[in-house]
Design a binder for this molecule. Sequence first.
Ligand SMILES: NC(=O)c1ccc[n+]([C@@H]2O[C@H](COP(=O)([O-])OP(=O)(O)OC[C@H]3O[C@@H](n4cnc5c(N)ncnc54)[C@H](O)[C@@H]3O)[C@@H](O)[C@H]2O)c1
Length: 351
Amino acid sequence: MNKFRFGIIGCGVIGPWHADAIRAIPEAELVACADVVEEKARTMGEKYGIDWHTDINELLQREDIDIVNICVPSGLRKDIAVPAARAGKHIIAEKPLEITLEKCDEIIKAARDNGVKLGVIFQARFSDGVQTLINALNKGKFGKLVYGEASVKWYRTQEYYDSAGWRGTWALDGGGALMNQSIHVVDLLQWIMGDVESLFAYTGLLAHERIETEDTAIASIKFKSGALGSIVGMTSAYPGYAKKIEIYGTKGSAILENDAIVAWNFAEEDEEDKLIKEGQTKKKTEAVGASSATAGLAIEGHRRQIFDFIEAIKKDAEPLVNGEEGRKSVEIILGIYQSAKERKEVRFPIK
Ligand SMILES: NC(=O)c1ccc[n+]([C@@H]2O[C@H](COP(=O)([O-])OP(=O)(O)OC[C@H]3O[C@@H](n4cnc5c(N)ncnc54)[C@H](O)[C@@H]3O)[C@@H](O)[C@H]2O)c1
């Protein structure tokens, strides 16, 4: 079997999650990793028994690497993704794709111009609960969508923000509770409800020091379909609660907590719906993901998404979350920041 050969750039918190996910796929092989901090690169290289580099270009020039996973701070993604595309490597970018739309567009263009695939990690899309919801949506079971709510009421300690200089900065994190933590549910909300027409938002920095960005945010949304929505993003909600997606339509509604279905009610229910309802009670809320950088993550989501990416290369198709898809949540969050700053409604596409 010809294996797809991977290199990981950025060996911090999330880099090893990619390594474990890659190693859980029989068709994938982890070849090398790179980090500008020698100790990080060496530690990860030794842990996985792979080559390690401190010069990112050395990794990009290797002919035995097909795909690079870019796990560096969010605002540095473009600086690595564009050279990676030029070196002919397919790219799996962590979320957010980048922190400005200009930089997102540069990455998307570089990937298209160089004929490489670009995927953006939104592992929640691959969870069983979200997939079940999308199937029901595609069958029209919700009727007309009227309201969608996405909320992340998490807690991050001051130590979390102090643990790496880039966290909570505009230049490298690109935002706070929304751009870093809540972006997963922002992506899900727009995937389910469709494009945003306009929104109005407030943001606040209420529970932390020494950061520039918001730790608390709320937005009211009007979707192009006419449906309404809201987004709540917090890293200030001690001790932290389950992230939630709530979808309401004229013929049904569903609530997901930590991507598990906890409410499932439809005007027309079949055997499958009954099974889903029976399962829901066993999966009631645990506040997973609520209070640390990696709590709530499981490599299964990454594994499924990396598998989807490999399939896209094999079939010369688009991965589920390509660059254009990955850009959408960034635009919504930037729209929220713009509205909060200007204290007025923002219409999409944003300027
Ligand atoms: N999908 C998820 O659920 C999830 C979870 C956590 C983090 N992330 C994303 O992953 C990215 C990294 O987050 P993290 O928590 O692992 O951060 P981190 O600070 O723990 O790790 C980042 C690593 O990148 C290295 N680095 C910095 N600049 C570099 C460069 N130019 N070239 C190579 N390496 C460089 C740093 O030395 C560090 O080791 C962020 O964009 C974050 O949003 C995603």
